[in-house]
Design a protein around this ligand. Sequence first.
Ligand SMILES: C[S@@+](CC[C@H](N)C(=O)[O-])C[C@H]1O[C@@H](n2cnc3c(N)ncnc32)[C@H](O)[C@@H]1O
Length: 232
Amino acid sequence: MLDRLMAIQKIATTAQTREDMWGQIMRQEKVADIAEVGVWRGAFAAHMLQHCGSIKRYSMIDPWQQLPDWNKPANKHNSVFESIFEEAMACTDFARDKRHVMRCTTKEAAPDIAPESLDMAYIDGDHTLRGITIDMMLMFEKIRPGGLLGGDDFGKSVWQHGPDFDPTFVCPYAIYFAEAMNVPIIALPFSQFLILKDSSLGFELIHFTEGYKNLRLNKMMRLPPRFKEGAQ
Ligand SMILES: C[S@@+](CC[C@H](N)C(=O)[O-])C[C@H]1O[C@@H](n2cnc3c(N)ncnc32)[C@H](O)[C@@H]1O
């Protein structure tokens, strides 16, 4: 186990970008069956399919449509989502025999994914408290024992998109979730997190990047000065 963690730490401290880091982690972990929740234009999927030869099946879960209950800036009109969907299909077309397109929400996709069938899930969909709760709870059970649950937007302020949009609660929710499941969670650079589905290790917040030592909610929920009235 120590070797596994040390390999991930080395990748985390040397990777140049989020995509580079996950590509290396997936290669290291020999990820074969993966699901990405929230695919958008497909740039992340395309990178992984291009740089991670171990991937045999890549499930792309995204409704690619305007949602009535998602107060985030990426909730575009259906006409915009149609071209975003086409872009996602075009940039992953080179790997069409590996991709499995699930054009629906996580909740709608979940019944069609067998329990403990995935090596990894990457959560990057609805980051509101409601969204991250649904995604973590439904996708964790799809990961095989020993597998990975990673995610994006593990930010230290909940005001990722300012006070006019719903707050982002990936952090600290993912930490609370790992504690409840009694598994370790790693804080990674580029505002990423990684949960190892191995309850023999027990819960621990492992720091492979700075800034996650003081996660008091009243601090995380303080409105940054740039969003205050009159700020330029
Ligand atoms: C930030 S983008 C994803 C970016 C992408 N992972 C990347 O790295 O390029 C968020 C996406 O989540 C999708 N989304 C929103 N709510 C969702 C839900 N309930 N289930 C699945 N996907 C959802 C949106 O349609 C949008 O395309």
